[in-house]
Design a protein around this ligand. Structure first.
Ligand SMILES: Nc1ncnc2c1ncn2[C@@H]1O[C@H](COP(=O)(O)OP(=O)(O)O)[C@@H](O)[C@H]1O
Ligand SMILES: Cc1ncc(COP(=O)(O)O)c(C=O)c1O
Length: 277
């Protein structure tokens, strides 16, 4: 049988400016020699981290779009979900999983909902609650601390500080909701950023030196590189470390360029690194 290239369906928004979602995930996944196939959830002029944005909700188009993928007999090695704009869209994602999940298809849920203890402007508590319905179908979930607290209905810790033991308890609870593996990203750890991994029942963490400030799009880049790594057969911890290192290089360059935080990460200069993975 002829080998075919691997492919990932990206259920995420297409944002024209601000380097997030499909416009960063697609080029990075392509650099890792995997075909990226977007199923758009919304089209935005700029992301919601800008004071004004234009958002065209794509919900009504998603079902006929998927129907056509089904008619064309498409299947995927992974499905990566990101920014979802309405409760109805979560139903559509569940339908997509039902249609396109084969025996070996990985489902990676990046529950994009908020950061630093606050929800993004388009996220209602009802939408966050609905997001929990994706977890039973996920193999891997990649929340930041804000999103992990939302999914578990826990208050966000006042200073954003959590112990390893608290992280283990949170990760176990998230895993009990469905995914085998959990990554909690972007944890404050002094002058470092900690990433917590819960892989097949075992918790661990690694630190990276904190570079500059939080910038939009880091989570999308992280999820894309982890998803593409898993599809390439690279382990979760190795993929997560590669993603964090890549983000670090982009962040240093963003500081050098003195980019506004909401312009995202200037990843274009570093894509060559991913072609070697
Ligand atoms: N300022 C930073 N310095 C170094 N690494 C960072 C920084 N911000 C993010 N990262 C890396 O990117 C990963 C994802 O970032 P995070 O901020 O959690 O994403 P999100 O956009 O989902 O909140 C982190 O786990 C960390 O490895
Ligand atoms: C439309 C949209 N997509 C995706 C994101 C996710 O960005 P991040 O990767 O920083 O979580 C945001 C955050 O503002 C957004 O507004």
């Amino acid at each position: 049988m002829t080998a075919r290239q691997k492919r990932i369906a990206l259920i995420n928004d297409v944002t024209g400016f601000g380097r997030c979602s499909v416009t960063v995930q697609l080029p990075l996944i392509s650099a890792m020699r995997i075909q990226a196939c977007p199923l758009p959830t919304a089209i935005l002029s700029v992301h919601t981290g800008f004071p004004k944005h234009y958002l065209d909700d794509y919900t009504a188009h998603m079902r006929p779009y998927m129907e056509n993928w089904t008619e064309n007999g498409l299947d995927f090695d992974a499905i990566l979900t990101g920014f979802l704009g309405s409760e109805e869209q979560i139903e559509v994602v569940l339908d997509a999983v039902h249609r396109f999940k084969g025996r070996d298809t990985l489902i990676i849920v990046d529950p994009v909902m908020g950061d630093n203890g606050r929800l993004y402007s388009s996220y209602t508590p009802a939408l966050c609650a609905k997001m929990r319905q994706l977890l039973p179908h996920a193999d891997v979930v990649t929340p930041n601390l804000t999103e992990a607290c939302q999914l578990l209905d826990l208050p966000y810790p006042a200073d954003g500080e959590v112990t390893e033991n608290e992280l283990l308890v949170m990760a176990k609870r998230l895993a009990a909701m469905g995914p085998q593996d959990v990554i909690i990203t972007g944890l404050h750890a002094g002058n470092c950023v900690r990433t917590y991994l819960y892989e097949a029942g075992v918790g661990s963490s690694f630190d990276n030196v904190k570079i500059g400030r939080d910038r939009s799009g880091s989570g999308d880049i992280f999820a894309a590189i982890v998803a593409a790594s898993l599809v390439r057969g690279i382990s979760l911890s190795e993929g997560a470390k590669c993603a964090a290192a890549f983000i670090g290089h982009c962040l240093s360059f963003a500081e050098e360029l003195d980019l506004p935080w909401n312009y995202g990460l200037p990843f274009e200069e570093f894509m060559g690194e991913l072609t070697k993975l």
